[in-house]
Ligand binder design. Structure first.
Ligand SMILES: N[C@@H](CCC(=O)N[C@@H](CS)C(=O)NCC(=O)O)C(=O)O
Length: 251
């Protein structure tokens, strides 16, 4: 989706980089990692999603889906983590976080878009079932407040469902979806340092927060030793320490 026109006009006066994000959100981790890798200064607008600080008319006026992250760059509002990190890398090209060859660039986008596509069905369902089941129950009041602001039907359904709880079958299907990608990643990483080409790219930055949060929810990475070694390598980088661990030491 990328650039959106906010109804909350306050943000259009912002200058520089302003990030609306949540400490334990894997989509926010991606953006923080890119900002740290490029050593860019940014204004912090932290929202505690466990306290529902993002479910306000003010925030829905910036991000129409009411999710984090949102980047405001010189008054321009950008949503969707893959579009945000792509925008930052194109606007601030040093150090480059994309491969040089066009076929590799296509592969990088494939990894980025796949992560966004499986976010609800794979990542969120697995994590909510294994880590948050029973903790997401909403009161009737909270439900109504959310549905008054939210127009995205997929998100309304997901919120209702996470309040009721996921079934074991859904969690198994989510795990199978995830397995397909980690099998593929493991076979690439057996012979390469990074997911695409020969440099650390937005593909690695998109997927490593998923490794971090899924491992914290009990996804078994012992099955994928090359993925595990790749995640351990990234853990040593400054951008992971600052963009992930400083905000969320343990998931
Ligand atoms: N496709 C979006 C997904 C954003 C998303 O679902 N964010 C989660 C945190 S990772 C969130 O805001 N959840 C709170 C909610 O759904 O109310 C992206 O990649 O930015």
């Amino acid at each position: 989706m990328g650039i959106v026109t906010p109804t909350n006009k306050e943000v259009t006066a912002f200058r520089g980089l302003h990030l609306y994000h949540a400490a334990l959100s894997n989509c926010s981790m991606r953006v923080r990692m890119v900002l740290e890798e490029k050593k860019l200064p940014w204004e912090n607008h932290h929202l505690d999603i466990t306290k529902k600080e993002h479910i306000t008319p003010e925030y829905f006026g910036i991000n129409p889906n009411g999710v984090v992250p949102t980047l405001v760059h010189d008054g321009v509002v950008i949503i969707e983590s893959d579009d945000i990190i792509d925008h930052i890398d194109q606007s601030f090209p040093e150090p480059p976080l994309r491969p040089e060859h066009p076929e590799d660039l296509e592969k990088m986008y494939w990894w980025m878009h796949s992560a966004v596509e499986i976010h609800v069905k794979g990542v969120k369902t697995f994590i909510y079932y294994h880590k948050m089941q029973g903790k997401m129950r909403q009161t009737e009041e909270q439900k109504q407040a959310y549905e008054k602001l939210q127009t995205n039907q997929e998100l309304i359904k997901f919120h209702q469902h996470s309040s009721e709880g996921f079934t074991e079958e859904e969690a198994i299907a989510a795990e199978k979806t995830l397995d397909r990608f980690f099998v593929e990643a493991d076979s690439i990483l057996e012979n390469h340092q990074w997911l695409v080409g020969d440099r650390f790219t937005l593909a690695d930055i998109t997927w490593v927060p998923l490794h971090f949060t899924l491992a914290g929810a009990g996804y078994d990475f012992n099955r994928y030793p090359a993925v595990q070694a790749w995640a351990d390598r990234i853990r040593e980088r400054e951008c992971f320490k600052k963009g992930v661990l400083e905000w969320c030491p343990k998931f």
